[in-house]
Structures are given as C-alpha cells and as structure tokens.
Design a protein. Structure first.
Length: 177
C-alpha cells in the first residue's frame, strides 16, 4: 500500500501539466485545415433545373422506382430513369446550392437548400418543378461535418457557408472539431 501512494502522487502531478501547443485531444496540426466556402443569400436561393451532367461527387442515393435520385454533394440532385438497369438514363440535374440530403414520396421530392427545405413536384421527372420553399426549416452548423480537424472559424459578415475546402495553412486555425 505504501508503494501505491508515490505512484498516485506522480500520476496526479503529471495530469496537471498542460501544453497549449497541442490540443487536449493530442491531435497535432499538420499544416492543413478547412476553409469555409461562402455564398450570398441570392446565390443560395438560386435553384435551377438543368440538363443532365456526369456525376462527380455523388453522395446520398434515393430510389423511387423506377427513378434514382443521386445527390451531388453540396450542389444538387441528379434524376436518373432506371427502368432499364443496364442502360440508366440521366434525365436532369436539379441545381440546389448547399444540398446534401433528400427524400422522395409519391410525386414529391424533398431536399435541403442550406437551412431551407425545398419541395419539388416530380410527376414529370424530366422536368421537376419547385413548388415550395420552407425557410429556416433545417438547423445549420457553421463548422465542417468532419471530426478531429482544424478549420477557420466562419464569419457571418462574409456570407453563408455553403461548403468547406481542405487547404494548406501556415498557422494553426483557432477552431477545432
């Protein structure tokens, strides 16, 4: 029992030592971090039905047979006719800034547009129609979705954060998640 007390005191003393150059979790800054990508409110509200385009950063996929809706992370939704699975037909692209999630039921497609929820009539999937925008329906966090990363703190005066890009940084940013 006498041998345990000195070990306990040593462990207690070591636990009180702090070093501000290394975060509490022990992850060191590697010279990279995430920088916010900003847009104006007008740019965020600009939703367009466009010609089909190739997938480049696919995200979530939603099946409403025979159609497939594929999210293009942060940019919008591809509408694909999958009646012939060997030859899927890319019908259109719905450009929705800040879009990462969606759901569909019947002839309706629901999607996020930053903090707004937008509703489309997809009874004609070649030509979806925006029917409703519900403002501020979705809480938005001004930090990247990744964990154990450094990032520049978002500044409201610069605009609305619509995404994050990983970039080299000369010094450790103040924000960490």
């Amino acid at each position: 029992m006498k041998n345990i007390l000195p070990i306990f005191l040593l462990l207690f003393a070591l636990s009180c030592i702090t070093d501000d150059s290394v975060p509490f979790n022990g992850i060191e800054f590697d010279g990279t971090g995430y920088r916010p990508i900003y847009a104006t409110a007008e740019e965020v509200a600009k939703i367009q039905i466009q010609e089909p385009r190739p997938l480049s950063k696919p995200g979530k996929i939603y099946l409403l047979d025979p159609y497939i809706f594929v999210n293009e992370s942060g940019e919008g939704i591809h509408v694909i006719n999958n009646s012939d699975p060997k030859n899927p037909e890319n019908l259109s692209f719905i450009s929705i800034p800040g879009n990462y999630d969606m759901a569909a039921k019947g002839t309706w497609l629901y999607a996020d547009n930053m903090s707004n929820m937008v509703v489309f009539d997809i009874s004609d999937p070649k030509s979806p129609k925006l029917t409703k925008t519900i403002a501020d329906a979705i809480p938005v966090n001004n930090y990247p979705s990744f964990r154990n990363i450094y990032f520049e703190c978002a500044e409201d005066k610069k605009g609305i954060v619509i995404g994050w890009e990983k970039v080299p940084m000369s010094e450790r940013p103040k924000c960490y998640r």
